[in-house]
Structure formats: C-alpha cells, structure tokens
Ligand binder design. Structure first.
Ligand code: NAD
Length: 471
C-alpha cells in the first residue's frame, strides 16, 4: 500500500490543507493499492502564489540557463526509469511496449525542448519594430491519466523553455506515478516555485486553476466536455488556452493498400494504449471492393492480440484504468449491438480466462454506418468500427464527417496517392503507412479535438506573447 500524503509547492513536499482521501487501484487486479490525500482550493492558491513569486526571476533567465535546467530535468527523470515503468504498469495497467515508449519519451521531452531553444530567436525585427517573445506568466497544466508522465513532462518542458512558471494538476487516478515523477523533477534542483504539483479533484483544484486571475494560460489535455468548461471559466480573465481533447480518428485503408502490412498497423493504431488513446484510429474505413478480404484479416489480426496483465511482455492490450471506464466501454459495446452493427470479434464482458481486472475484449464491429453513435462518440477503449466506403471521394467525406480532427491514418501502396488523401484530412496530424512519431511537429486538433498546438516551436510560441517596440 502506498499512501501519498504530500503535494509539491515552492520547492518542497508539503502536507495539503485539503483532507479528502481518494483510493488508488491496480486495474489488472481491482485491488486497492494505495490512497492519495487531495489538495483543495487553498492548496491550489498556494501553488499559484509560489509560481507567481518565482516568475519575475525565472522569466529573466537566459536561454543557456534554461537549457541547462531542461537537461538536468531529463537526467533526473531518466535516473528512475525502472521504477517509473513499474508504477505505470501497476497503477495504470499499461502494457510493456507502451511503458517502453512512454518513460523514455517523458525524459526526452526536456531534451527536445532544449534543442528547440538552441535555435529559437526570441527577438526579431519587423520594419521599425523590435519584436520580443515574452513568457506569458504563470501557467496551469491539467493532465489526464492515460499517459501521466508524458503529459506532465511535455507541458512542463515547453512552459519552462518559454520562461513561464507552472502549476500542475495531474489526474487524481495517477498519484503514485505523480509522486515518482515529482521526486525526479525535484532532484533536478530548479529554483523554488518554478513548478508546483497539486494532486486534487478536477472540479476543485482544476477549477481553481482555470478561473484564478493570476493564471495567464491553461494547457489542458483531457475530455472535450471538460475542455469546454475550462474555456468558459478562463474567458472571464481572457486566459490563453491550449486544449488537447478527444478524437475519433479515421483509419483509411485505400483500395491499393498492401493488406499484409496495412492490417497489423491499422489494428495497432486503433488499439494502441489499450484503446485509451485520443489519437486512436478507431474508425476503420475500408473499400467495399475489398471488404471480403479485409474483414477476415482484421478478425485474425485481433484474435492474435494478447489481452491481459501487463507483467506478460506479450500483452498488447491491458485493462481499462478504472471501473467507471470499464463500465463505459462495456456500455458502448452493448450500444453497437443495439444500433445493429455486426460483431466481427469481441463483445460484452471480459476476455476468456480473465476473471478479474477491468479487462475488455478487443472488439471490432463491421458494417458500421458513420451516423451510428459508436462511430461518432469517443469510446476510449479497444472498440473499433469498420465503415465501408465506395471510392476515394466517399472515404474522404466519411473521414471528415466528424466533430473531431486530431489524428488520421492513411494506408496505401502509392505514396503520392496517400499524400493526396492526407492533404484532404481535416485533422491536426495525418500518419501515412504507420510512419513513426515526430516529436517536434505540431500536435493538436482541428474542430472539437482542441485549440492550439503542442510540441516544438508551435508549442513554445503558445507560451509566449509578442511585444513590439517601435522607435
Ligand atoms: P478528463 O477531462 O475527465 O480529465 C482530465 C483532467 O482534467 C484530470 O486531471 C481531471 O481531474 C481534470 N478535470 C476534470 N474536471 C475538471 C474541471 N471542471 N476543471 C478543470 N479540470 C478538470 O479526462 P480523462 O478521463 O482524465 O482522460 C480521458 C480524455 O482525455 C479522453 O477524452 C481523451 O480523448 C482525452 N485525451 C486527449 C489527448 C490529446 O492530446 N488530445 C490525450 C490524452 C487524452
């Protein structure tokens, strides 16, 4: 049992004023593994005050000083990678291929932003004006549970690179992981108050961060519903916002795709992070002309994907993070059946042989119409819909017929054709034939998948305000 009793304010671990206790679980066993004492509004305010005090000096640090701090943070996070991996498996249920990516990725976020800083020019001349890019002030980062380290580190790295000071509210369901990463970040020895981390409920600490007049910007990753709430509360003080929200990504198999390579990629992009991924390609758009070949291959591919406890290195789909998430995904599987979609594989209940744990059977519905709720709403679990299309134009129309626009996937044997289709996607990112991640490219959504972009120069500038001096 781990009992997390402290939050991190002004460079020190302190007992929160808040007294509410939340329970922590291992989603693979449903066993209680700890508790976390949550901060309240007073704690949120104390964190904001510390960040505000730290801002004047920190905002004046040189690029070289900040690069040095970012490098120290990366080293401090890397130093405890083993423990971080174990905690992510235990508290979140992440399979090993995913922890293997996530933990190094979290540390590398600091190095990537140090790289961006090396070449970024904070001053430029435009005609008579000298324009300097100024840090915004105190920023709040509010993060979800599906990649706790990655979101904390990426937001923190970018805000610090810009010269902003930070208050962070991670998901209350990730407190063991948060404790570890906070200990790492503390080891880096940054000036006190530059970053502060407060465990707490979204409607308490998150709400205080989103409304407090001393917060200049909120960088939020989470659901579209909460994103809209944050935008509304921030409007009163005209806060800048970056919102990284949900998705319902199209996963387009063009009729010339090599199915041997495309099908495993289609499934991986749909079921990544046990389906608990905003970027998941959950709408598989398949040509009618090849449906008879595609469906058996999808079925066979999904059958081969191992679901279970992440301590098994072969496992590719782990449990849902919580009972609530398990129930929600189950209700969507029932909904798919009610809506008349054809169950290709999976279905309600747990996978065979798993009597406990919040495991869901990887489920694929065929013959789905894009108007069905299972095709329109983000399920956030391993549930995919196969939607038939007639021709390329029809595929593009269906792909864009969604209120989301975060990440799309195109599979084709013809690179020029794939690019032409990609260029017509209303989507922040389009991945062709499973191309690898590019950490410095902008990340974020069109439409209701969000506002603004993260990573690289685009992410940095979202924490800066241009000031023009005319002489
Ligand atoms: P969530 O929106 O419920 O919670 C996210 C964070 O917001 C948590 O820290 C939560 O405590 C906090 N929060 C809740 N209510 C709040 C309020 N009223 N004010 C301020 N903060 C509040 O999302 P979740 O269930 O933790 O995560 C899943 C969602 O996140 C999915 O919809 C998914 O698509 C989205 N997501 C998006 C991205 C992206 O980059 N676009 C990445 C991962 C997850």
């Amino acid at each position: 049992m781990r009992n997390i009793t402290e939050i991190y304010i002004d460079g020190a671990f302190v007992t929160p004023h808040g007294e509410e206790i939340a329970e922590l679980f291992n989603p693979s066993t449903e066993e209680k593994i700890g508790t976390v004492r949550l901060g309240d509004r007073e704690d949120a305010q104390a964190a904001i005050a510390a960040a505000k005090r730290a801002f004047p000096a920190f905002s004046r640090t040189s690029k070289a000083e900040r690069i040095d701090m970012l490098q120290r943070l990366a080293a401090a996070v890397s130093a405890r990678a083993g423990e971080m991996t174990a905690a992510m498996a235990e508290e979140y249920g992440a399979p090993q291929y995913f922890t293997g990516f996530s933990v190094p990725y979290a540390a590398s976020a600091f190095l990537k932003m140090a790289e961006v800083l090396e070449t970024y020019d904070f001053t430029r001349v435009i005609g008579r004006a000298e324009v300097t890019m100024q840090p915004l002030g105190v920023v709040a980062a509010i993060t979800p549970w599906n990649s706790n380290y990655g979101f904390i580190c990426a937001k923190l790295a970018t805000a610090l690179a810009a010269g902003c000071t930070v208050v962070i509210k991670p998901s209350e369901m990730s407190a063991i992981q948060t404790q570890l990463i906070t200990e790492c970040l503390h080891e880096a020895g940054l000036p006190k108050g530059v970053f502060n981390i407060v465990n707490g409920r979204g409607d308490v600490v998150g709400a205080e961060f989103s409304a407090h007049p001393d917060i200049a910007k909120v960088s939020f990753t989470g659901s579209t519903a909460v994103g809209k709430q944050i935008l509304r509360s921030g409007a009163e003080t005209l806060k800048r916002v970056t919102l990284e929200l949900g998705g319902k990504g199209p996963n387009i198999i063009l009729d010339d795709a090599d199915l041997d390579s495309a099908i495993p990629t289609v499934l991986m992009m749909g079921l990544a992070n046990s389906g608990q991924a905003c970027i998941a390609g959950t709408r598989i758009l398949a040509p009618e002309s090849r449906m008879a070949e595609i469906l058996p291959r999808l079925k066979a591919g999904a059958e081969a994907i191992k679901t279970g406890d992440p301590s098994d290195p072969e496992v590719k789909v782990g449990p849902m993070v919580s009972q609530k998430q398990y129930d929600r995904v189950q209700s969507y599987i029932r909904l798919g059946e009610e809506e008349g979609a054809e169950l290709l594989i999976g279905g309600p209940g747990r996978p065979e042989g798993l009597e406990r744990g919040w495991f869901v059977r990887p489920t694929i519905f065929a013959n789905v119409h894009n108007g069905m709720r299972i095709a329109r709403e983000e399920i956030f679990g391993p549930v995919l819909s196969v939607i038939p299309y007639r021709d390329e134009e029809d595929a593009i129309r269906i792909a864009n017929d969604t209120s989301y626009g975060l990440q799309a996937y195109v599979h084709s044997s013809d690179p020029a054709r794939a690019k032409r289709v990609a260029e017509q996607m209303e989507s922040g990112r389009v991945v062709i034939n499973g191309a690898p991640h590019e950490p410095l490219a902008p990340f974020g959504g069109f439409k209701q998948s969000g506002i603004g972009r993260e990573f690289g120069v685009f992410g940095l500038e979202a924490f800066l305000e241009p000031r023009a001096i005319l002489a």
